[in-house]
Every structure is written in structure tokens, then in C-alpha cells.
Design a binder for this molecule. Structure first.
Ligand SMILES: [Zn+2]
Length: 169
């Protein structure tokens, strides 16, 4: 048995302001458990993406999340949940005024290949992007994450802790 207090788990800001990764402290073997807080403009992810093996469930505890899906935009409010199957593309956002708080479950923990589609102006279309973490002393947190087009190697997205709230969608 393992017990954690969510607020005491270190924040690892990513495409959202607050992400607390609970799997490790809980010792979860087969399920990813992440607690997210999204400010207005934040996203759960860096790209419109799919996982090869992993299904994902988003349980919205506060606010309203908006998911881009192959079936169009889907709004998921407090008290609702949405599930995406392996291979299904999605990207969730906070397009509202209220903070979004969500619990996100993924299983199995290993997601396999991740397809990450972002708009590349140079390629004039949606392309797979690789993510690279670069050490940059001049930004808060000391690192930036860049999205690089797999076809033409253009950088189409750059995030640091200071720029997290959706400045680069
Ligand atoms: Zn490109």
C-alpha cells in the first residue's frame, strides 16, 4: 500500500501549469496517474496526438476542458469523464476562464509509439514533431522544450516554465 498527498508531489510543469505525476510515488505498475491543473490557454499535451498501446481517461474535477478529436471539438465539464482508445487522436485544452483540474489515467504505462501532429508552416500541413529538451540558463526553470518537424526540422513550438500558459499553442 502506498498513500500520497497530491499537493505534496513535486510539480513538473509541461504544457500545463501544474502536473503532479502520482504513478511513481504510488508505485503504480500498470497505470499512469497524473493530476493536472490547467490555466486558461494551457493544454494537456504538446500536440494533437495518439498513443499506440495506451488508452487514456480524463476525469474533469473542475472547470471545462475542450478536446480536439477526429469527431470535432468535445467539451467535458466538471463531473464528466472522457476516454480515448489506443490510436485515437486527441488534444485537450482549457479554453475557459476557470482553471481546469483533472485526473488523467493511462494504461498500460508504456504507451508505445506516440504520433504528435502539429502544424508546420514550412511543410504547409500537420506533421509529426519530435520533442527535445534543451538546457537554457536564461529562462525560468533552466530548460526549454522544443517541437521539431520530423520532415523539415523546423522548430514549431517552444515552451519554458515562464511561457507555459498557452503562448505557443
Ligand atoms: Zn515541416
Amino acid at each position: 500500500m502506498e498513500k500520497v498527498t497530491i499537493d505534496e508531489v513535486a510539480n513538473f510543469p509541461w504544457a500545463a501549469e501544474t502536473i503532479r505525476r502520482l504513478s511513481e510515488p504510488l508505485g503504480a505498475e500498470h497505470v499512469v496517474v497524473n493530476h493536472y491543473e490547467l490555466e486558461t490557454g494551457d493544454s494537456f499535451a504538446f500536440a494533437y496526438h495518439s498513443h499506440e498501446f495506451q488508452e487514456e481517461v480524463f476525469i474533469i474535477l473542475d472547470g471545462t476542458a475542450t478536446f480536439e478529436t477526429d469527431a470535432g471539438e468535445v467539451r467535458v465539464g466538471s463531473g464528466e469523464a472522457i476516454r480515448f482508445e489506443p490510436g485515437e487522436f486527441q488534444r485537450g485544452w482549457n479554453h475557459g476562464d476557470e482553471r481546469v483540474v483533472a485526473l488523467v489515467l493511462g494504461a498500460p504505462r508504456a504507451y508505445g509509439n506516440e504520433q504528435r501532429l502539429r502544424m508546420c508552416d514550412d511543410c504547409a500541413g500537420m506533421r509529426h514533431h519530435d520533442l527535445e529538451v534543451r538546457e537554457e540558463n536564461h529562462v525560468p526553470g533552466g530548460r526549454v522544450i522544443v517541437a521539431i518537424c520530423a520532415d523539415c526540422h523546423a522548430v514549431n513550438g517552444e515552451w519554458s516554465e515562464g511561457s507555459m500558459p498557452g503562448e505557443v499553442p
